[in-house]
Design a binder for this molecule. Structure first.
Ligand SMILES: *Cc1c(COP(=O)(O)O)cnc(C)c1O
Length: 427
C-alpha cells in the first residue's frame, strides 16, 4: 500500500513559516524596489505611459474606488461598475467611428483582446464554411507576438509575411499568402516595432474580397491616432470607418493612460461576440458565461479607464497629444539632423525608431546608456526604439546633444558595442 505523503517531501522552506507584521515587511519590500529602474523617468525611453501627475492620480483613485469589487459580478452585484464599463466601451466605439450595433468587451490587456478576436474569427468561419483543421491568420511581419500566442492556444497558425513595404505591411505579399485555410487577416495601427500605421484600408479591402475576418490592432494607436488626426496629422484611416474592419483591439492601459489591466476587444457587430464567449450550463454552481478569458478580476481597471477618459475628454486628450506631438517633432527633426542616423518610416504615434547608415547603432545605444539614457534595441534592421511621454519635454534636447556626440564618436571608430542583439521581452 502506498504510504501517505509525509510532510518531509516538501522541497524546502520557501513558504513563509511564521507570520510577520506588515509594517516591517513593507519597509523591506520598498527598500528592495529601490534598486529597480524607476517605472517612468525623463532619461528613460522604455514604454511608460505617463500623461502627467494629475492624470495618474485620477487613474489611481478611480482604481482604488473599485479595487475590491469583482468585475465578474458587475452585472449582478455592482450595477454602477457595469454602467462604467458600458460607458467606456460606448465612448471608445464612438471615437473609432463604429456603426450602430457595434459592441465590445473589456479584457486584461492587448494580448487577451487579440486572442478573443482570433477565437471569434475562427469560430465565425467555422459556422458558415468548411474550415481547415488548423485555420490560418495572415499578418505582416511586424504584427504583435500576441498573434502567435493566440495561435498556440487556439490551434491556429500565423503566416507572417516576411517583407515590409517601406516599413508598412506588404499587402501584395499578404494577398499571396491567403489560401483556403485562411480565416483572418490583420494589420496594426501602428505596429510596435516600426511605428508607421499599416495600410488598413487595403488590408480590409483584401479581407472583403476573400470574405475574411479583418482585425485592426489599435493596441497602441486606438487612443492616439484619432486625436492626432484631429490635430491635423496625416493619419491613414485605420478604424471602423474603413469598411471591412471586423474587430479592433485598443489598450487603455497604454495611451488611454488608465491603470494597468485594461484593453478593449471591439466588434463592428455585437452579434459576433457569441463567437468568443464561453458558456457552460452543466455546472452545480449555475450557468457560467463570460465573453473573455478572465474570470475573477478587479473592477479597478474598468473604473480607472472610465475615469481618465471622462476627466480628460476629447479636450484633455488633445492637449496631451499636442504637447507630445511637439516632443516627437523635435526628436524626429533632431535625429534627422545627425549625420548617419535615419528615422524609420513616418512615426504616427509616440514611438520613434532609427537606425545607422554604415555604422553600428548598438554602439550608439551603449554610448548613450553610459550617459544614463535607457532605450530599446531592435533588429530588422538593427535600430533604437524610443517611447515618448510628457516627461521628455524637459530632457529631449539633452538627449539629442548626447546622441550627436556619441554618434560622432562611433563614426570615428572610438566606440564599439560590447553586446550584440536586440532587447527581449521574456519573463
Ligand atoms: C502592447 C501591444 C499588444 C499587446 O498588449 P499587452 O497589453 O501587452 O498584452 C498588442 N499589439 C500591439 C501593437 C501592442 O503594442
Amino acid at each position: 500500500m502506498a504510504a501517505k505523503a509525509a510532510p518531509e517531501t516538501r522541497r524546502n522552506r520557501a513558504f513563509p513559516q511564521a507570520s510577520r507584521p506588515w509594517d516591517g515587511l513593507k519597509a523591506e519590500m520598498l527598500a528592495a524596489r529601490e534598486a529597480d529602474n524607476p517605472w517612468c523617468h525623463e532619461r528613460s525611453f522604455s514604454a511608460a505611459y505617463f500623461a502627467g501627475e494629475d492624470v495618474l492620480r485620477c487613474a489611481h483613485e478611480a482604481y482604488d474606488a473599485y479595487r475590491d469589487q469583482n468585475g465578474l459580478f458587475a452585472a449582478s452585484a455592482y450595477p454602477s461598475l457595469a454602467a462604467l464599463e458600458r460607458a467606456l466601451i460606448a465612448g471608445v466605439l464612438d471615437l473609432l467611428h463604429a456603426p450602430e450595433g457595434a459592441g465590445g468587451s473589456t479584457t486584461a490587456g492587448g494580448t487577451e483582446s487579440i486572442l478573443m478576436a482570433m477565437k471569434a474569427a475562427r469560430d465565425w468561419a467555422r459556422e458558415y464554411r468548411p474550415v481547415a483543421d488548423v485555420p490560418e491568420v495572415v499578418v505582416p511581419k511586424t504584427a504583435h507576438a500576441a498573434f502567435d500566442k493566440g495561435a498556440a492556444w487556439l490551434g491556429m497558425k500565423v503566416v507572417r509575411v516576411s517583407r515590409s513595404e517601406g516599413w508598412r505591411a506588404d499587402v501584395a505579399g499578404m494577398a499571396a499568402a491567403i489560401t483556403e485555410n485562411t480565416v483572418m487577416i490583420a494589420g496594426s495601427a501602428p505596429p510596435y516595432p516600426y511605428g508607421e500605421t499599416d495600410p488598413i484600408e487595403e488590408i480590409a479591402a483584401l479581407a472583403q474580397s476573400h470574405d475574411l475576418w479583418m482585425h485592426s490592432d489599435g493596441c497602441i494607436g486606438g487612443m492616439i491616432l484619432p486625436f492626432m488626426a484631429m490635430l491635423g496629422e496625416p493619419i491613414p484611416p485605420f478604424d471602423f470607418a474603413v469598411p471591412g474592419v471586423t474587430s479592433m483591439s485598443v489598450d487603455l492601459h497604454k495611451f488611454g493612460y488608465a491603470h494597468k489591466g485594461i484593453s478593449l476587444c471591439l466588434l463592428r457587430d455585437k452579434a459576433l461576440e457569441r463567437h468568443h464567449r464561453t458558456t457552460f450550463e452543466g455546472w452545480p454552481a449555475g450557468t457560467y458565461s463570460t465573453p473573455t478569458i478572465t474570470g475573477t478580476r478587479s473592477g479597478g481597471a474598468v473604473a480607472s479607464a472610465w475615469a481618465v477618459m471622462t476627466t480628460l475628454g476629447e479636450e484633455g486628450y488633445l492637449r496631451i497629444y499636442e504637447a507630445q506631438r511637439r516632443i516627437r517633432e523635435r526628436l524626429v527633426a533632431g535625429i534627422g539632423a545627425i549625420e548617419g542616423l535615419v528615422v524609420l518610416g513616418h512615426p504616427h504615434a509616440l514611438h520613434v525608431t532609427f537606425y545607422a547608415d554604415g555604422f553600428d547603432i548598438f554602439a550608439v545605444e551603449e554610448g548613450t546608456a553610459a550617459r544614463g539614457w535607457r532605450s530599446i534595441r531592435m533588429r530588422e534592421p538593427d535600430s533604437i526604439l524610443l517611447w515618448l511621454n510628457v516627461k521628455h519635454a524637459e530632457s529631449i534636447d539633452d538627449y539629442l546633444s548626447d546622441l550627436a556626440e556619441v554618434t560622432a564618436q562611433v563614426r570615428r571608430g572610438g566606440l564599439t558595442a560590447a553586446r550584440r542583439g536586440a532587447s527581449n521581452y521574456a519573463t
